[in-house]
Design a protein around this ligand. Structure first.
Ligand SMILES: Cc1ncc(COP(=O)(O)O)c(C=O)c1O
Length: 432
């Protein structure tokens, strides 16, 4: 076989395997216009124009969100819910307005089902404490998958340890797709919760969660979806999915850090214990007894990240303006292009070749540690993530210590992908 021929074959298979998200033509996407909304993108890093490909870790924030935060701080800053004065009422209206936007964004039935948290991690921990500690006991089973972020592993391990419950893990194949037959075989009358990621942050796999939720519900088992990587990149309808919980982080979807949401069906949230105790989550307190507030306040003890959550509302406005489906179609095109470019490079191995993928392209180069890849790319102004991506079991499954990961957003361009590919070729040259 001639040099490069193997790569061609590999590329053809990997690219063909990707199922197009469909419908909107990506060529109507005015990426240069969109990029103007993100001031951070127009800087140089190490003397080169910044190429930001670490969106799965944290995405960038558009001017519209920055200005909304600034307006809040300059003209509305105050504590919420408690004050009767003008500023407090303004801040409360903005904060609760953001909750309404979240409700529409994920098609929840009611705004009170959308609990503001610091991010997906806190959302999952809220469900662990509020639901898990109350309803899961000795001998019960919790099912997660082999491709979970540590945020959707460790809380359940902690719960299992505390309660004497058992963690079961859905395995995956070499492409990074869950083995659904094995999942079906794991479900039984001892299963008390299924907690799975919608999209893998380490592999990019989009899991067929609707069917998986249906299967769990046949056993009366509630399902938590870790939506950290899906909410920013695809339309979400929690009622259509019929998931019981759905957690996501604002900082991965063009909003400030400290913002995020865990959605829960009202019927479940009402039966759960509060997550934290303190101000704003009570109806009344005596030394003998506390009566908790109704939803959503029951789960929002203390002063929340008001400015950040208002920023999340503005990020949702922004996504609605640019068009989520169009953005998703463009991102998918970009992923296809990047997959094509990188898999054509001799020595590059893509980790995660599922048919359904989104936004994330993990790769390794034979005999170069991903940290070295990351450092050399950084010298050329290209930001990728190198490491285990808080998914050590995924690394173990693929028998690698780490990967380099390029992750895309709708403001990235094909030219940036070309720059990435050229920089990778350089890495191979240097280490080759
Ligand atoms: C799939 C997934 N779940 C959970 C998290 C945790 O998100 P956060 O750190 O914002 O709480 C991440 C972050 O990378 C993630 O990718």
């Amino acid at each position: 076989m001639k040099r490069g021929q193997g790569a061609d074959l590999r590329m053809a298979t990997i690219v063909e395997q990707l199922v197009p998200i469909k419908p909107k033509p990506a060529d109507v996407w005015d990426v240069e216009r969109i990029r103007k909304d993100f001031p951070v993108l127009s800087q140089t890093v190490n003397g080169r124009p910044l190429v930001y490909l670490d969106n799965a870790a944290s995405s960038q924030v558009p001017v519209m969100v920055i200005e909304r935060g600034s307006q809040y701080l300059q003209q509305e800053h105050s504590n919420i819910h408690r004050g009767v004065h003008y500023l407090s009422m303004k801040a409360t209206t903005a904060y609760e307005g953001a909750r309404e936007k979240v409700k529409r964004f994920i098609s929840a039935r009611e705004a009170k089902e959308c609990i503001f948290v610091r991010g997906a991690t806190e959302g999952i921990n809220l469900v662990m404490h509020g639901y898990g500690r109350k309803f899961i006991g000795v001998g019960d089973e919790i099912i997660i998958s082999a491709m979970e972020h540590h945020a959707n592993i460790v809380p359940w391990q902690m719960l299992c340890e505390e309660k004497g419950a058992r963690l079961r893990v859905i395995p995956m194949n070499d492409a990074g797709e869950l083995l659904l037959d094995e999942y079906d075989a794991l479900l039984n009358e001892k299963t008390k919760l299924v907690a799975i990621t919608h999209v893998s942050n380490a592999l990019g796999t989009v899991n067929p969660i609707k069917g998986m939720i249906d299967s769990a519900h046949k056993y009366g088992v509630p399902v938590l979806i870790d939506g950290a990587q899906s909410a920013p990149h695809m339309p979400i309808d929690v009622q259509d999915l019929d998931c019981d919980f759905y957690a996501f982080s604002g900082h991965k979807m063009f909003a400030p850090t400290g913002s995020g949401v865990v959605y829960g069906k009202a019927s479940l949230l009402e039966r759960m214990n509060p997550f934290q105790g303190g101000g704003d989550m009570i109806k009344s307190v005596t030394f003998e007894k506390t009566i908790y507030a109704d939803l959503p306040n029951k789960f929002e003890a203390g002063t929340p990240a008001i400015a950040s959550q208002i920023g999340l509302g503005a990020a949702i406005d922004y996504l609605n303006i640019i068009g989520r489906e169009k953005a998703a179609a463009y991102e998918h095109e970009l992923l296809r292009y990047a997959t094509e470019r990188l898999s054509a490079i001799e020595g590059v191995r893509i980790i995660g070749t599922a048919r359904e993928k989104l936004s994330v392209l993990s790769f390794v180069i034979d005999s170069v540690h991903p940290h070295d890849i990351g450092t050399i790319l950084d010298q050329q102004g290209i930001a990728v993530r190198a490491g285990h991506h808080c998914a050590q079991p995924v690394m173990k499954r693929f028998n690698i210590p780490a990967t380099a990961r390029a992750s895309f957003a709708f403001y990235n361009t094909k030219e940036e992908v070309d720059q990435l590919a050229q920089a990778i070729e350089k890495v191979i040259e240097v280490f080759g």
